[in-house]
Design a binder for this molecule. Structure first.
Ligand code: HXC
Length: 517
């Protein structure tokens, strides 16, 4: 006997209601404005026909304040599991057409359910945030809901990759949950994120501001550093999610998706020899070095607009997924300041928890000198670089291209900080401080008296470089393992990465280290 039509009709009707979110008209309006709906975003993310929804018929419990007669479809969030490029991914996608995507108790239960699923089965979590935050009418229940989500964000941290898309107007908890995840992608056109909106700021401090000023994608990507990628629109945001996932393992117990053949043939790259100017004072674009070294010139830069004096991101070398960390001589001469240290350290830790080898490209004159830097705590922030490199147990390969001075030499993963292999180009300069600084400290009396001060300083600096900063000096003492032609870099890194694939490093057991925060 086939199932009675009555049952099937009821199911179809229930499904239709739940699938229509805040109503067909509202969904249509969004599409007319060029925005995707909560479900469109999932359609774009997942391989066709692979999304299995969990909680379609979940219902809200909100009462009072105009909510009595409302039927909030799915309680404002779509949750489930789908497959992206054949790999399972847990997801939630908030529906702004349903009570502004605000988070009530059932909405939170649904998100927690897929987070637990992600933990159990070891798959990434991708969350599309489009929400006014805690649902005001549910009071402390919605706060508790956020508590449950935050708690799980932390529990999942370092276990499975967590990627947040800020796809709309995200207030309060809808900003804090993403902040606890590994990556935030934000759309340029529609999205804002903030904790206290303009009205609250005006009421408390009297300051006049706008949503754009406190929460736009540009601001969050370049000034606050909260956002890792800015997307032009929803479709682009999904593209970035997929690209990011292609470099990340499903969980911390497996390797990232390396793509290598058994045979390794890598030709020398003469273009690298031409790329770096001989004079240490002349800047070059380190992104060109990365793109030359990376397979197919593909480099997914992370936090491109923030602290541009350091460049971080993912690529492959000889098929092996790596995280690049590189000083950028084009910005602040590649020095390490507070923001660069925060950015670098965070990225190093992401790579370490997800078994991604680190390739560090060094051209650093030192930590950025300055009153504000000292007052704002360059000691504490710079220490994050030292801490995260020393704590990382993934393969660590360092190439010293030009300057590697002082504490910044150590903070860019020197041999003593645990690098497995340190290579230097013939243009490398490694010393306790830059030549000009060293000369001014050691010879300040002579320089004061000298008739032709500038000429003497230049001569002494050249002598200093030759005597104290030569890479052969460091190689002689085994601080670096070899001096190589730039053209050989990619081949040498590829070989080393291959040989380090099974690297094991055990440390004393502890709850966790105490990184300076
Ligand atoms: C209940 C909400 C809501 C909320 C929006 N809505 N936010 N309902 N709780 N938090 C509803 C609106 O009443 C409206 O319902 C619909 O969603 C669309 O909202 P609009 O305001 O019309 O949209 P828009 O003009 O685009 O503005 C979006 C917004 C704004 C900027 C997000 O709605 C807003 O400021 N909301 C409040 C943000 C906030 O303060 N949230 C609490 C944060 S505290 P109708 O029925 O008219 O369509 C928090 C604590 C968590 O999250 C813990 C943090 C650590």
């Amino acid at each position: 006997m086939p199932i009675s039509k009555k049952f099937l009709d009821t199911l179809a009707e229930k499904r239709d209601t739940a699938l229509s979110g805040g109503g067909v008209q509202k969904l249509q309006k969004r599409r007319e404005r060029g925005l995707m709906t909560a479900r469109d975003r999932l359609d774009a993310l997942f391989d066709r026909g692979t999304f299995q929804e969990i909680g379609l018929h979940a219902r809200h419990e909100t009462r009072g304040f105009g909510m009595d007669d409302k039927d909030l479809a799915g309680d404002g969030v779509v949750t489930g599991i789908g497959f992206t490029d054949g790999r399972p991914v847990a997801t939630f996608s908030q529906d702004f057409t349903v009570a502004g995507g605000s988070l009530g108790r059932v909405h939170a239960v649904k998100i927690c359910e897929v987070m637990d699923y992600a933990e159990k089965a070891g798959m990434p979590l991708v969350g599309f945030n489009d929400s006014g935050g805690a649902r005001i009418q549910e009071g402390v229940e919605s706060l508790s809901g956020y508590g449950q989500v935050f708690n799980r964000n932390v529990r999942l941290s370092g276990v499975v990759p967590q990627i947040a898309v800020i796809a709309g107007r995200c207030a309060g908890g809808a900003s804090y949950s993403p902040a606890l995840m590994d990556f935030i992608i934000m759309t340029r056109t529609e999205a804002v994120m903030f904790i206290c909106g303009p009205e609250v700021i005006r009421a408390v401090t009297g300051e006049e501001t706008s949503l754009q000023e406190i929460g736009s994608a540009e601001m969050q990507a370049s000034i606050s550093g909260n956002v890792h990628f800015v997307a032009e629109n929803d479709a682009h945001a999904v593209e970035i999610v997929r690209d990011l996932l292609s470099y990340l393992p499903s969980n911390n117990m497996v390797d990232p998706p390396h793509q290598f053949e058994n045979e390794l043939t890598i030709a020398p790259q003469q273009e690298l020899d031409a790329l770096v100017p001989e004079s240490a004072r002349e800047p070059f674009d380190v992104k060109q070095v990365i793109e030359t070294i990376a397979d197919d010139h593909r480099f997914l830069e992370v936090q491109r607009d923030f602290a541009q004096n350091i460049v971080v991101g993912f690529g492959r070398i000889g098929g092996i997924v790596v995280g690049f960390v590189a000083n950028q001589p084009m910005v602040k001469a590649g020095s390490l300041d507070i923001d660069a240290s925060d950015k670098g350290a965070r990225f190093i830790r992401v790579c370490n928890v997800f078994n991604i080898p680190l390739v560090t490209l060094v051209d650093v004159p030192g930590f950025l000198p300055g009153i504000l830097e000292e007052q704002r705590g360059i000691i504490r922030h710079g220490a994050k670089m030292l801490f995260s490199y020393a704590a990382a147990t993934v393969p660590k390969l360092t190439v010293i291209m030009r300057k590697a001075y002082g504490g910044a030499y150590l903070a860019m993963c020197s041999r003593d900080m645990g690098a497995d292999l340190v290579l230097a180009w013939p243009t490398a300069e490694i010393a306790v401080m830059g030549a000009e600084g060293a000369v001014s400290v050691l010879y300040h009396q002579d320089l004061k008296k000298a008739e032709n001060r500038a000429e003497l300083a230049t001569r002494l600096a050249t002598e200093y470089r030759e005597q104290f900063a030569s890479p052969y000096l460091s190689a002689g003492k085994m601080f670096i393992h070899d001096v190589i032609e730039p053209a050989e870099t990619r081949a040498r890194l590829a070989l080393a990465l291959r040989s380090l694939l099974a690297k094991r490093e055990l440390r004393p057991s502890k709850k966790h280290g105490n990184i300076p925060l």
